[in-house]
Design a protein around this ligand. Structure first.
Ligand code: PDD
Length: 285
């Protein structure tokens, strides 16, 4: 039973958890977030999430509400109070509560910190033997997608479009016809020539924590790997395709824009990366 949320220093019943109407996260989406997987009572890749969180805060000049160690203690305390062994931890930090003016509050106000835990049925090696469908849509986002900002309108509209098309995810495509990433996941293909390809993590995509774990596995293996952007046409001709995220893990894609990817079945490269990812998450401190 997930019943307790953390809001600005207090553990409160989730039903009553609320932020002020002048919170800048609410008024301006002036905030950042992280989603961390909880598996068998452990946080998956906590340190990498903490590093990305700190980076997002730095880039937006939002003061950390507390140090890394204190934040980790709050996360653990919230897990203990909610007794959730498998699910997700959601954490959001905004620039705080102030009269609605676009520029930063001056003097600065304390950042707001909200955390919730939700039980979730996590993917299993069996569930990842089934592939999903993806559509492609234009990427209409701002140009700092490396920051995990709560400003997610284009992602939301894209995901809804995917849903209405009967697809699991939408891959967003930049003005040059290159795939950037999914609305809530990173995008990967295995080319006709057999190379594993994913886009370089610059300001145009979010550097996924799952992406990094897969890159570690790739570095240890013998796969040919290319970190570069790929076109929609290349993706349509790919042998295999998949997506990665905290909640989807390593998910095979079997159709793209309604056409089969490769044989339209789950391929050997993604199968082996699914296995590596399960080894990785089973090995958390
Ligand atoms: N989304 N790209 C985007 C735009 C994302 O929103 C996410 C994650 C990813 C994958 O990152 P990671 O492997 O760290 O989860 C890539 C989270 C899960 C969400 O918004 O719910």
């Amino acid at each position: 039973m997930a019943r307790i949320a953390y809001v600005n220093g207090m553990y409160v019943p989730r039903m009553l958890a609320a932020v002020h109407i002048e919170d800048r996260g609410y008024n301006f989406a002036d905030g950042i977030y992280e989603v961390v997987c909880i598996r068998n009572g452990k946080l998956v890749d906590e340190e990498r999430h903490a590093l990305r969180l700190e980076r997002s805060l730095r880039e937006l000049r939002i003061a950390p509400p507390m140090g890394r160690k204190a934040l980790s203690l709050v996360m653990r305390e919230l897990m203990r109070r909610n007794r959730v062994a498998n699910g997700i931890l959601y954490l959001q930090i905004s620039r705080g509560v102030a009269r609605r003016e676009h520029a930063f509050p001056n003097p600065a106000v304390p950042s707001s910190l909200v955390m919730t835990i939700s039980p979730m049925k996590l993917p299993t090696p069996e569930s990842l033997r089934t592939g999903v469908s993806v559509i492609t849509i234009p990427d209409i986002r701002w140009k700092r997608r490396d920051i995990k900002s709560v400003s997610l309108l284009p992602n939301i509209l894209g995901k809804q479009q995917a849903k209405e098309a009967g697809a699991y995810e939408a891959w967003m495509v930049d003005e040059e016809g290159m795939v950037t990433e999914g609305t809530s996941s990173n995008a990967w293909i295995v080319t006709k020539a057999g190379a594993l390809v994913t886009r370089k993590a610059d300001e145009m995509i979010l550097n996924g924590i799952t992406r990094l774990a897969v890159l570690d596995a790739v570095a240890e293996g013998t796969l040919t790997f290319e970190e570069r952007a790929f076109t929609v046409a290349e993706a349509r001709e790919a042998r295999e395709a998949f997506l990665t995220s905290t909640t989807s893990f390593v998910k095979p894609i079997v159709t793209l824009d309604g056409k089969p990817v490769g044989e339209g079945t789950v391929g050997p490269v993604v199968e082996s990366l699914v296995r590596s990812y399960f080894r990785h998450i089973a090995n958390q401190p």
